[in-house]
Design a protein. Structure first.
Ligand code: ARG
Length: 585
């Protein structure tokens, strides 16, 4: 399966080879001057330099061999030696039928069944999930869907932060408040209560208070650190209490992710690999990779060609507690053992880049991850408010994820009511549709920019039914749905290529390349650009062709078949972005 331009590249490359020119110069791309031609090949200029001939002469030689081919309507030379190509309608139609109208729209099989582990989410226990967690979840879950669509076996892990100093801060805060709880009695030997003493509401208040206190008072901070160490050593009362708050937190996290329609295969956390740390570190010591440095145990990760300093990764702090990097390393031990992945992708804030660089180097140096497994940090920028600073509540506080969702859904409901002042939708139907629109607005806004860039979340603009937004695309898809409903029962027949639909058909034939481009650097914005163009193209096609009143039955049926194909494509692409299309809106 391949895109039309890659099929044409094969044809043109063969001719380069026939003329003893480098094969890669036969690359054919979609033309950047669609008014002149559909495709172009710019290889003649470089070929001329190699063959020491005039570029136009080379172009003439190539064109002479291309002109006889049945695929092309026109083959022309422009400027110094650009080769402009336009295919015949018959060829375009047969290509459409043989690739795009088959299973998965001609999607390439890039994965060939290899396994990819995706690490996204990374919520922290005890802390409420906020909009900062939204980007990793949305980008990661979309990458999971896209990568499995192109043939990878994917395993996604939420990798909760559940083993670091914040845990000790909360435990020590509770110990100060409730010194009489059995969990804090070191001599207690009975059964601890089964019921959790805390709710999620308690947590939301506990961590900020504890963290503030620790910042203000070094002794209080020491107490938190020692509680962290005790927890990591699985001190009975601490461990039981910690288990309670894991359960309560996970329950609430699951609800949050479900309302965002984001899925994880594994609900593991940093704590899950604790028992792998000691043997891992023993091995590192044996191989003399783990070294003492100022009381801590570290692994050096510098490389001779570094242009800036890459500090060593700390395995054990002075007090013996493990760090973020230690758990990440041990998690790699586990992931390699259990899943043998060919790639592991971390979708995490770009500001953590140094951390991942250290971890990747450390595990490669130690032989924990072989060269055949690629480690990727797919970083992302910050989601800002319209004032250009990180998104906050109106009062300037941190906005919680569920409040954020609620806000987008509410706004979508307002917009929906504006568009349909009167309609027959029940309140429940309206709410369901508004939920889909709100989520589409959030997800599309997050995915449409290159993930590395910061972006501005402007709720009003992003929930609009016009412009490059999720709701705009849903709206076009829903228009097709209602058109097909009005057309009644139809068996979809051939799509006939004509002037009115050629642009869309050419666009549809690029889908395999769009997927390849998206997977090359794990950038869903490429897929967003494509689906947005498709929706825009459909809209102008729809405005130009009066499909339902078309008198010629063959033409009408071709139009309807094309609309159905576009709808399937839009729904598939939106699905890959984690967005569902409603029946009406
Ligand atoms: N819990 C981390 C945070 O909130 C993100 C975890 C990312 N994944 C990882 N394996 N380090 O910053």
């Amino acid at each position: 399966m391949s895109s039309l331009s890659s099929r044409l590249t094969e044809i043109v490359s063969d001719i380069f080879v026939q003329l003893e020119l480098p094969v890669e110069l036969g690359q054919v791309d979609v033309s950047d001057r669609p008014d002149l031609a559909q495709f172009q090949c710019n290889g003649a200029m470089s070929a001329a330099r190699i063959a020491k001939k005039a570029p136009r002469q080379i172009a003439e030689d190539i064109v002479a061999l291309l002109r006889d081919r049945v695929e092309f309507e026109t083959v022309e030379i422009a400027g110094p030696g650009f080769i402009n190509l336009t295919v015949t309608d018959a060829y375009l139609q047969s290509h459409l039928q043989q690739t795009i109208m088959t299973d998965r729209f001609g999607a390439p099989n890039l994965g060939q069944g290899q396994t990819i582990v995706l690490d996204y989410g990374g919520p922290n226990l005890g802390k409420a999930m906020h909009v900062g967690h939204i980007r990793t979840a949305i980008i990661g879950d979309s990458l999971r869907k896209i990568l499995s669509y192109v043939g990878y076996k994917t395993i996604s892990d939420v990798h909760m932060g559940d083993w670091g100093t914040p845990m000790g801060m909360i435990l020590s805060e509770l110990e100060i408040r409730y010194p009489n709880w059995v969990y804090f009695d070191p001599d207690f030997s009975g059964d601890y209560p089964q019921e959790t003493p805390l709710t999620i509401k308690d947590f939301e208040e506990l961590y900020p208070t504890a963290s503030k206190a620790c910042k203000a008072d070094p002794d209080r901070h020491k107490q938190a650190q020692s509680a962290t160490l005790d927890l990591q050593n699985k001190r009975a009362g601490y461990y039981v209490l910690w288990k309670h708050f894991t359960n309560v937190s996970v329950e609430s996290m699951k609800e949050n992710y479900a309302s965002l329609d984001v899925h994880f295969d594994l609900w593991k956390g940093e704590s899950d690999v604790h028992d792998l740390i000691a043997p891992m570190v023993d091995l590192l010591k044996e191989k003399s990779y783990a070294l003492q440095s100022e009381g801590a145990l570290v692994i050096s990760v510098e490389q001779h060609n570094d242009t800036k300093e890459i500090p060593p990764l700390i395995l054990y702090k002075k007090d013996g507690a493990v760090m973020y990097g230690t758990t990440d390393m041990a998690t790699l031990v586990e992931r390699m053992n259990l899943y043998h992945p060919s790639k592991i992708i971390y979708v995490a804030d770009q500001r953590q880049h140094l951390h991942f660089e250290q971890v990747f180097r450390a595990v490669q140096k130690a032989g924990i991850v072989p060269d055949s497994t690629e480690l990727i940090h797919a970083g992302f920028g910050t989601m800002n408010g319209t004032d250009g600073t990180p998104f906050k509540t109106r009062e300037g506080g941190v906005m919680k994820l569920d409040d954020f969702l609620e806000m987008a859904i509410h706004k979508s409901l307002e917009k929906l009511n504006e568009v349909h002042a009167e309609n027959d939708l029940s309140d429940k139907e309206k709410n369901d549709i508004a939920t889909k629109i709100g989520i589409s607005a959030i997800k599309f806004a997050d995915l449409q920019n290159n993930r590395i860039s910061d972006y501005i979340f402007d709720l009003d603009r992003l929930t609009s039914f016009e412009g490059k937004t999720g709701p705009y695309i849903l709206y076009q898809a829903v228009r097709i749905k209602s058109l097909l409903k009005k057309a009644g029962d139809h068996s979809f027949k051939d799509i006939l290529v004509s002037e009115s639909n050629k642009e869309i058909i050419l666009l549809l034939t690029t889908f395999p390349d769009v997927l390849e481009g998206t997977c090359r650097n794990y950038t869903p914005h490429i897929l967003c650009d494509y689906v947005y163009s498709l929706a825009q193209n459909f809209s102008s096609f729809y405005n130009h062709c009066h499909i339902l009143s078309e008198g010629n039955e063959t033409v009408k049926s071709s139009h309807l078949a094309l609309c159905k194909l576009i709808l399937d494509q839009i729904e598939t692409c939106m699905g890959l972005l984690g967005i569902k299309v409603p029946e009406r809106m």
